[in-house]
Design a protein. Structure first.
Length: 975
């Protein structure tokens, strides 16, 4: 407990050490330690406050507790404590692994060999692999952990077993993480579905700095447009860069082994762009290790990624941004930026602006930047109301063509559509015409049972490979899904036919469309939901995998558009993906294809003015490609899925919008706020840091002169840095190291050792660890340490900062009587003079509305600009609001005083979440709800609301220590 609450490693703590002199543990921390010990071992005798000062060493505390423990109250020995940490026999591990693989894949155990390649032989994808390992971890919690980055390196089941049996593997934390605590705050996003529009916004200078490759490391330029190529090469050379113009056949690794940057300009076929990216990746990653490395793609859509509202000449150039946004995620050490230049701009000025991006805005975390004569453009995602459903212009004689509509989420959406418009439906897919299920299959639902049955009935002669079995299984399941879809249309009384074809084949599509018109009637709507996935990192992806994914979406759409040129379409709905907007690890091809789809939609909306064209960038659905394994993976990382009825209703509502409006929309979770700016993809630190290594983000000298606010926060006559300000600094550490993200929260905020100032100045260092993605958010360990240059020094406070690309929508707050005034409350003047020690700068409570045993409500003003508190602030505006937080802690003191007769100081907060990027200027209402109070400690939750009672932020599991000794430190009389 002492180690946890002070941050000293256990091995550093000796029982003979003087608690105050050797360990620097002040009286408040001592009370906190004893109260934690009391919670952990409730049968121990109590150390009363007056005794606290007499027990000088940890040993004395132990002796006291042992001497006074009542024999009958000793807790029974824990059976867990007696268990060895590991000691699992290799055969047991093998058996468990094989059993789990069989259960989760449906392959019979006897088919599984330890030498089999997990991907090649068993066709187990990365998600399934994680699921298998987590099931194994649950089953054998004492085994070492296989971390996600290791998953890809263990290629066979045997290798996994060997690794787990080896003594080198680090021990799992599963059995160590039983520390009592509140459940983790739900970082999932409450609303199942949200809609955003993507808007171009001019933005001023953002980020500074120049790309500085190591000496002898050139920038390669690929550009087939001679005028444009010359302009870029000239501008880069003028900016003193070593430039190499690369041609199509250049063997990168032999001609430019020291490649530090790649600038790749449209026009360029998407597959070619992908191959250049793939070939340059190892060189750029290598160069990043020697300094800077950059990867730029340059499209020329309209200077705003096709979002300026005009027609586009070459919409497939949009694919380049999908590639770059994914590269930004996969190559965190390489500076990646997708630039879209206004094609009307003369080449020389445009090239100059492009080069300015790397000579002046290198630190800018924006991954997508538009360039035009008016300036730089970023893309902002604005949340918009889900449109109301209006009636659609489709009659019973019309036909909807649904590519990929016989299965998955497209089938569900079309079925919902035909509930409202009873037209005929033509379903296109590659699977053959469905056949009735044989009697041996029809009653089976369980994957393992079905695979067993396939083995018996389909592979009678010869045992298949696991992959062949998987293929047969999938075919039967597609057949079943198509039968069910056709049956569901029949139940609705809708005429639906299935046409097997590959939509990449333009001739087949044209011929099939002719048959559709003849058999069903005039085609009035197209829904393009055909798609496939081949998730692999850019460096690992085969070009044919890229082609399959890209062409199914894009070539498929082009075939359909061509075949429907003469059809009087009223609706065209394209199923795109959030991966296009954000990029996604392993999905460069998919992000590129869906970005191309978005831009083709814009183009088509001009070609067909009377037709409602919309490209919906869907977040993940609860169905279709989101297999049960993937669904569990999303759930584990707090990502909410689109419920099928909500997604289907959203599609129908989009179809009812006027044709010219919102061609490109994003629908799904999480929900951003309307004013949240999208910096485009995932920003990355230029110097990647391993997650467990703390790196100094900022070093500052502080003293009472430079920090005038500290004069208003003195304990025992000495200025002490308020925890609210420390929280702000912790947030700054995380954001400093990860520009472009926003602060969504702070978890596990612990005050380990207060920062008290004497006459002298004090040095503090803000530290940040590497960034880790956790579902929709990112986590960064942060600390405030002292200025010690040797070793780690004293850690004053630590926490985990929660960063996000966008802030999610706030939860609803139930008023529940929190605003009902309590009569006869003491005046604030009285409170500030009699109970609180805070000086003028921190007298932020403006009105106490309610105070009762269960909690308190007060109105609080927000902090003034940082420079009025600190002469040299770290930012021009606050990240959270330190005055609001400090006043919340003041409320806790008032509550403790009025209800418990003691005063308190903060020690810990389990979780803080913020739903806006700034607090409102007109102040907040803070609601404190007491969760638990003993005579030493209070635990409470806070909610901060704006004038309309909408939630701005909340803090759960706030803990404050109460102690009579604090009256003296506060300089106030005991209650
Ligand atoms: N599910 C999600 O969470 C999600 C999220 C974002 C976007 N989306 C998009 O929504 C669409 C539907 O996704 P889903 O989850 O329903 O996927 P799914 O269950 O895998 O269905 C994909 C459909 O596309 C068809 N298809 C694939 N390649 C084809 C080709 N070359 N020619 C004709 N048909 C082809 C498949 O039929 P055959 O196998 O019979 O060819 C199948 O009907 C996709 O475009 C996907 O990118 C889905």
């Amino acid at each position: 407990i002492v180690s946890r609450l002070t941050g000293y490693p256990e091995e550093m703590l000796g029982l003979e050490m003087d608690i105050e002199a050797d360990l620097g543990i002040d009286s408040i921390k001592r009370v906190e330690i004893l109260s934690a010990l009391e919670e952990h071992l409730p049968h121990l005798p109590k150390v009363t406050p007056d005794m606290v000062g007499t027990l000088k060493t940890l040993g004395q505390i132990c002796d006291y507790l042992c001497a006074h423990v009542a024999p009958a109250s000793a807790p029974p020995p824990s059976p867990v404590a007696a268990m060895p940490a590991t000691g699992v026999a290799p055969s047991e591990i093998t058996q468990a692994l094989v059993g789990i693989v069989s259960r989760l894949t449906g392959y019979p155990e006897e088919m599984l060999g330890l030498e089999m390649d997990i991907e090649g032989d068993l066709g187990i994808d990365s998600i399934k692999r994680v699921e298998i390992l987590s099931a194994l971890e649950e089953h054998l919690p004492h085994l070492p952990k296989v971390t996600p980055d290791m998953v890809g390196t263990l290629k066979t089941l045997g290798q996994i077993c060997d690794y787990l049996c080896s003594s080198h593997a680090p021990q799992s934390e599963a059995n160590l993480s039983a520390a009592p605590g509140l459940p983790a705050m739900n970082t999932s996003f409450d609303h199942p579905i949200a809609r955003y529009e993507v808007l171009p916004r001019l933005f001023a200078q953002s980020g500074k700095g120049r790309f500085n490759p190591a000496r002898g490391y050139p920038i390669g330029v690929i550009c087939q447009d001679a005028i444009w190529a010359k302009a870029i090469v000239t501008a880069l050379t003028d900016a003193s860069y070593d430039v190499k113009l690369l041609n199509e056949t250049a063997e990168l690794s032999s001609t430019v082994p020291n490649l530090a940057g790649l600038v790749m300009c449209a026009p360029m076929a998407p597959a070619e762009a992908f191959e250049w990216a793939q070939r340059s990746a190892p060189l750029l990653l290598e160069s990043a290790g020697h300094g800077h490395a950059l990867f730029y793609t340059v499209s020329r859509l309209d200077g705003a990624f096709g979002l300026n509202g005009g027609p586009l000449e070459n919409p497939q150039q949009g694919a380049l941004a999908g590639l770059t946004k994914t590269a930004a995620i996969e190559w965190p050490s390489v500076h990646c930026r997708a630039v879209d230049v206004d094609p009307q701009w003369p080449a020389a000025s445009a090239a100059q602006a492009l080069v300015t991006e790397i000579t002046q805005h290198y630190d800018d975390p924006c991954v997508e930047v538009g360039l035009g004569s008016e300036g730089r453009t970023s893309l902002q995602m604005a949340i918009t109301e889900l449109p109301a459903t209006t009636s659609l212009e489709l009659s019973s004689t019309d036909v909807i063509v649904a590519a990929g509509g016989a299965r998955g989420v497209t089938a569900a959406a079309v079925l919902a559509l035909t509930e409202t418009v009873r037209c005929s439906v033509a379903l296109l897919g590659r699977s053959p015409q469905p056949q009735d299920e044989p009697a041996w299959l029809a009653p089976l639902c369980d994957e393992a049972q079905i695979k067993q049955a396939i083995l018996q009935h389909v592979f009678k002669e010869r045992a298949p490979s696991p992959k062949a079995l998987e293929k047969a299984y999938r075919q039967w399941m597609s057949n079943r899904e198509i039968l069910r879809t056709l049956d569901a249309f029949a139940q609705q009384g809708v005429r639906a036919r299935y046409y097997p074809l590959d939509i990449r084949n333009a001739q087949a599509v044209a011929a099939t469309l002719a048959i559709v018109r003849e058999e069903l009637g005039p085609v009035k709507a197209l829904i393009h939901g055909a798609g496939v996935l081949e998730d692999r990192l850019i460096i690992d992806k085969q070009i044919d995998q890229f082609q399959t994914v890209y062409n199914t979406k894009v070539q498929g759409l082009l075939s359909l558009i061509e075949a429907m040129r003469e059809d009087d379409l009223r609706y065209m709905v394209l199923f795109s993906s959030i991966s296009a907007r954000m990029g996604n690890k392993g999905q460069a091809d998919y992000a590129m294809a869906n970005e191309a789809l978005n831009k083709l939609a814009t183009q088509e909306s001009f070609q067909r003015p009377g037709c409602k064209v919309v490209s919906i960038n869907w977040g993940p659905w609860d169905g279709g490609m989101v297999t049960p394994s993937l669904k569990r993976a999303f759930e584990n990382s707090g990502v909410q899925l689109i419920p099928i009825p909500s997604g289907a209703a959203a599609m129908i509502a989009e179809m009812g919008q006027p044709p010219s409006k919102s061609v490109e929309v994003v629908i799904g979770a999480p929900l951003p706020l309307a004013n949240t700016v999208n910096t485009g993809g995932t920003p990355k630190a230029h110097e990647p840091v391993a997650a467990d290594v703390m790196v100094q983000a900022v070093r500052r000298e502080i003293d009472a002169g430079r920090c005038p606010v500290l004069q208003s926060h003195c304990l025992d006559g000495r200025p002490v840095v308020p925890l609210a300000l420390i929280t702000e600094w912790l947030a700054h550490s995380a954001l400093h190291a990860n520009p472009g993200l926003v602060l969504h929260g702070i978890d596990g905020l612990r005050l380990l050792k207060g920062i008290a100032l004497d006459q002298n100045k004090k040095v503090i260092r803000l530290m940040a660890g590497g960034i880790k993605r956790n579902g929709q958010v990112y986590e960064v360990d942060v600390e405030v340490r002292d200025g010690s240059q040797n070793g780690a020094g004293t850690v004053h406070s630590k926490a985990k900062a929660i960063l996000a690309d966008y802030l999610p929508a706030a939860p609803h707050f139930d008023e529940n009587g929190h605003f009902k005034p309590t009569p006869g409350l003491p005046s604030l003047k009285d409170i500030y003079s009699r109970i609180l020690f805070h000086g003028d700068a921190l007298k932020g409570i403006e009105k106490i509305v309610r105070l009762s045993k269960s909690g308190m409500t007060a109105q609080i003003r927000c902090a003034p600009a940082p420079e009025s508190w600190l002469h040299d602030p770290m930012r021009s505006r606050w990240i959270a609001d330190p005055l609001v937080l400090d006043c919340a802690f003041q409320m806790a003191i008032i509550w403790c005083h009025e209800q418990q007769g003691l005063v308190s100081l903060p020690s810990y907060a389990h979780s803080y979440r913020q739903y806006r990027d700034r607090f409102p200027a007109d102040g907040v209402t803070a609601v404190l709800e007491v969760v638990k109070a003993t005579d030493r400690k209070m635990v409470a939750d806070f909610t901060f609301l704006d004038q309309k009672k909408a939630v701005i932020a909340c803090m759960t599991g706030y803990e404050a220590v109460m102690d009579p000794g604090l009256f003296k430190a506060f300089g106030v009389k005991a209650a």
